[in-house]
Design a protein around this ligand. Sequence first.
Ligand code: SF4
Ligand code: SF4
Length: 210
Amino acid sequence: MFLTEKKDAKEIDEALNKYKRIGIVGCASCASVCLTGGSKEVKEMEKHLLNAGKEVPFTISIDEPCDKRVLKEDIRFVEDELADTEAILVLSCGTGVQTIGEYTGKKVVTGVDSRYIAQTEHIGEYNALCGGCDECRLNFTGGVCTITLCPKGLLNGPCEGHNGINCEVAEESKCVFMKSYENMSKFFEEENLDRIFSPRDYSRTIKRKI
Ligand code: SF4
Ligand code: SF4
């Protein structure tokens, strides 16, 4: 699941300042699960905008606004209202926001901050385990992601700050390299202990030509 968090209303209000008629699109997938873009949050945002003197020609929750095929089908339900809309407030991750902007050609404003690919502990409690770094090293690290779990984002480690067990930055937490070494021992993968990873190949971060 991709974790999003609600933005401060002040930032949203400022971004919408110039616009009077604002449609709202929620995401019935990830943003709904993390309580930032489900139907309840869409309603709350509608109330907020109406109280601020705006008009809201439509609200809609789309299953996956990041999926062009789904967006194309669902947005048809508000086609007429969309034509009369100046801006769209989107309660989804940045991919959903940009997909809606691209598809509709309208001004889009995001109501949330996009955080990371998350493990769900409970609703409202999430863990960052993967940052989508292009070259997954989990096969060589005992199955734990040092880049995401180390506060310094280290590929090779540990740093010199750990006390033998715990992290120097997050003192209450074990150094992720200790956990990685533990897992390598447990799974008899000690051959990976001395592995040094090459620097990340940033040419792979080119995701799309624009
Ligand atoms: S190495 Fe970590 S950040 Fe990169 S893809 Fe694997 S789990 Fe995700
Ligand atoms: S102690 Fe370990 S987890 Fe903490 S910053 Fe250093 S290498 Fe990263």
